[in-house]
Design a protein around this ligand. Structure first.
Ligand code: SF4
Ligand code: SF4
Length: 184
């Protein structure tokens, strides 16, 4: 075992994560809280993308619309977004964010489940200040864990496997700080 992490959930329950090294590239996460899928979430085997991967956003909006998800925002990102909207941070937090599992903060959605900052005609209306997890897509840790994970996500993102070539080093850098999962 490499480490055991402990923290409290919003409901006051205690949540434990046990990390085991399986190989140089793999860490297995065993969670005692059923909200986290047991598996290999933190690090993948990056050898499978040693030739790099391609991605070019086609601005289809699929990843920003139509389903309820979590778009994590850090304090710095909240400050930038509030500045952009010309409102105090407290007001931004109240009107544009919600607390999600683990105490993280997420952007909210519209009634139709589109991201609060998505506009049909314009796409992302806060593009320059979009959160890190939006910037690092699709090179999230989970997505680049294996060819299977990558292939599954590519079914809903037509920009994957086309366009700009990303080197393994850049993919690794993006995926290790993807913003889509909290650092435990
Ligand atoms: S689903 Fe993929 S191609 Fe479509 S907007 Fe999102 S990142 Fe771009
Ligand atoms: S902030 Fe922008 S890029 Fe991120 S989910 Fe919302 S609309 Fe999409």
């Amino acid at each position: 075992m490499v480490a055991c992490y402990q923290r409290s959930t919003p409901t006051g329950a205690t949540h434990y994560l046990y990390l085991y090294h399986l190989s140089r590239h793999q860490v297995r996460v065993i969670s005692l809280n059923t909200h986290i899928t047991q598996g290999y979430l933190l690090m993948g085997n990056d050898l499978w993308y040693k030739d790099g991967l391609r991605f070019e956003c086609l601005q289809c909006g699929s990843c920003c619309t139509g389903f309820s998800g979590t778009v994590r925002v850090s304090d710095e990102e909240i400050a930038a977004l509030a500045r952009r909207l010309g409102i105090p941070e407290a007001e931004f937090r109240e009107h544009y964010t919600r607390i999600v599992w683990g105490g993280a903060i997420s952007l909210i959605e519209k009634e139709n489940k589109d991201c609060i900052f998505f506009a049909k005609e314009r796409g992302c209306t806060v593009y320059e200040d979009r959160p890190r997890q939006c910037r690092t897509w699709p090179f999230w840790r989970y997505n680049v864990y294996s060819p299977g994970h990558w292939k599954r996500e590519a079914k809903r993102c037509p920009g994957m496997n086309r366009g700009r070539h990303y080197s393994p080093d850049l993919i690794k850098e993006l995926s290790e700080h993807d913003g889509s999962s909290r650092d435990f």
